[in-house]
Design a protein around this ligand. Sequence first.
Ligand code: IMP
Length: 193
Amino acid sequence: MKQIVFATNNKHKLQEIREIVGDKLTISSLIDIGCTEDIPENEPTIEGNALAKARYVKEHYGFDCFADDTGLEVEALNGQPGVRSARYAPGEGHDSQANMKLLLENMKDKQNRRARFRTVIALIADGKEQLVEGIVNGNITEQPSGTDGFGYDPIFTPEGFDKTFAMMTSEEKNSISHRGRATRKLLDILKNL
Ligand code: IMP
């Protein structure tokens, strides 16, 4: 069976993609291939980070692979936090409460609350590099609502809904989310490998 590496150790993302792919492909994680170092994510764009992670795995470990990167792009903030979404608030990064608080502060006087989540997946397979993208448009709320999900979910309402991502079941969120959309495009490519 063909093997492909997903450049992540996020168990949730791995489980999700393994369930969808079934037994057609073996999806390995970074730990599975003995990659325990932090892969640099210092590029100025979401595309750049996704590609950098995939290229790192290909160059250092030799496997065909794919890597994802996601950002929340807010119109009134000129696309911020964007590629810096995980590290928006000062500190170590990945502090969702601090990131949301800072974003709501920066949005205090803004009438235009339009925003979008954007995921890019970079795939390196059969000697080719390919990028796929998934976008969900929506609005930044005035205050957090809901307890499910992660990251900025409590302050993002997808277009056509009157509840935040954090008020949705994971099935409901996956069916419309940026990552769900990008993953389905990736699977169309993987199925034909
Ligand atoms: P990553 O590239 O998937 O690690 O995402 C970068 C950052 O974007 C995360 O740390 C979260 O803050 C945010 N993010 C990514 N996906 C989502 C989502 O589905 N909901 C809310 N926040 C997200």
